[in-house]
Design a protein around this ligand. Structure first.
Ligand code: GBH
Length: 450
């Protein structure tokens, strides 16, 4: 694959927000210095993580954050998206506070501000406190209230220096992978009975937006996973299956957030005594909407056997099955590299939600490849930045772009064998080494500032 196209990446608006992203459980380590979370329990079960690892140490970011902030600063990005670990702040999910844990985020925010980098915390990136899980987790409505109380604790401590907030990361993936398919913690295989976890996450989001605003926050968003769905063929059974998958991935969360209603047929499946009141909370207007984009998905009618796809095993009981997308390069995770799918997604969002759509931010985009001389990652990012620029030219209001990820980290059920970083981690020594893509991005951003 060619490393860089000959022409420079076209200029983005001067105030466009460039950033890199990570999440707490994937990088922090220091597991003994926080409360247990669902991922600690999940990774303790042999077979759940493909390389048998856990995130007990991960990148040891908890102890090495100064070095990591220096790497962020060296890139020349304006913002750093990280997540706050709920069980580090509140080991049992509710009071009492772990003072050392809250201090950590306070110091991290100070370090970022001193480096001239805007801190963008995400309040939940899949690491539910184990005590909250034992009380029902996301299947229980109480979890939404507990989450909002936790959001208030964090805002009270770092809200004086944090202006941009993210409530949840990818509730769709957390519902699908964690509660419907059991591929992620908490390992539930509920198929469509997982839908309450979607509703309670959305409710938690809305209550947290209110809690953050009550604490003075002015720039609140969410990070949702989205991507175009391509039907496997024009046959009715394939377009119907693809349509359902598209609703689950692209509308089940976006419609209630942006339009205040569930897609047809889904409201009835949600556990609520007063759905209208819940939707009122969920659709609290957002200052911006975050999209994590990786790839399009081709989907068709169910197949009579389990489908292996991108490391997932999808059971034949699902009313759809993914198909391999041919004709594009793939990352070492097997995901197709289709930069044009990004403007396709963004213009579809603009067309669907119109003036109900707040400004967009790409809160994650990236790929996993081996090696320090990661020319494929450079090609991936180069292609996606050019494609994103075309979306801006087509009039989609996108205000920022975050690369997933600053550094290699614990890639959930894949363990450490997938490397998404601009910075390489040697897990034996924890040495950090910027890859070719890090140097490339620094030069791209330098050119953007010129
Ligand atoms: C993000 O999720 C997470 O926020 C982050 O923690 C993670 O490290 C990062 O991506 C990389 O994985 O849906 O069958 O087409 C990404 C969600 C789900 C997107 C799986 C790609 C491919 C398989 N991903 N999907 S499929």
């Amino acid at each position: 694959m060619a490393a860089t196209a000959a022409s420079p990446i076209p200029p983005f608006p001067r105030d466009f927000l460039w950033g890199v992203a990570t999440s707490a459980h994937q990088i922090e380590g220091a597991a003994a210095e926080r409360g247990a979370c669902v991922w600690d329990a999940f990774t303790a079960v042999p077979g759940n993580v493909k390389d048998g690892t856990t995130a007990a140490v991960a990148c040891d970011h908890y102890h090495r954050y100064r070095e990591d902030v220096a790497l962020v600063r060296g890139l020349g990005v304006g913002a750093y998206r990280f997540s706050v670990s709920w069980p580090r702040v509140l080991p049992t999910g509710a009071g009492p506070v772990n003072a050392a844990g809250l201090d950590f985020y306070d110091r991290l925010v100070d370090e970022l501000c001193a480096a001239g980098v805007r801190p963008v915390p995400t309040l939940f990136h899949w690491d539910t406190p184990l005590a909250v899980q034992e009380a029902g987790g996301w299947l229980s409505r109480d979890t939404a209230e507990r989450f909002a109380a936790y959001a208030a604790v964090v805002a009270a401590r770092i809200g004086d220096r944090v202006t941009k907030w993210i409530t949840l990361n990818e509730p769709a993936e957390h519902t699908l992978l964690g509660h419907a398919l059991g591929e992620h913690a908490p390992g539930r295989r509920l198929l469509f009975d997982a839908l309450p976890a979607a509703h309670h996450q959305l409710l938690a989001h809305g209550l947290a937006v209110r809690a953050l605003r009550a604490a003075g926050a002015r720039d609140v968003g969410i990070a949702n996973s989205h991507g175009p769905t391509w039907p496997a063929s024009a046959a009715d059974e394939d377009t119907e299956a693809a349509g359902l998958y598209d609703v689950l991935l692209n509308r089940l969360f976006a419609d209630p957030l942006l339009l205040g209603r569930y897609p047809d047929g889904f409201g009835e499946l949600m556990p609520s005594d007063d759905l209208a009141a819940d939707l009122d909370v969920i659709s609290e207007p957002l200052d911006w909407y975050g999209i994590n984009f990786y790839q399009p998905t081709k989907v068709g009618a169910p197949l009579p056997h389990p489908t292996e796809y991108s490391g997932l095993t999808l059971p034949p009981e699902l009313p759809f099955a993914p198909r391999r997308i041919e004709g594009y390069p793939v990352t070492d995770f097997g995901w197709p590299v289709v930069p044009d799918a990004l403007p396709e997604l963004l213009t579809a969002f603009r067309d669907r939600y119109g003036d109900r759509l707040p400004p967009l931010v790409i809160t994650e985009n990236g790929c996993s490849y081996e090696g320090l001389d990661d020319q494929e990652r450079i090609a991936y990012l180069d292609g996606h930045l050019r494609a994103l620029h075309r979306a801006l030219e087509a009039g989609v209001d996108v205000r920022g772009y975050f690369v997933w990820s600053l550094m290699d980290n614990f890639e959930w059920a894949e363990g450490y064998r997938r490397r998404f970083g601009l910075v390489h981690i040697d897990y034996a020594t924890l040495e950090r080494t910027p890859k070719a893509s890090y140097h490339w991005l620094r030069e791209v951003l330098r050119a953007q500032r010129a």
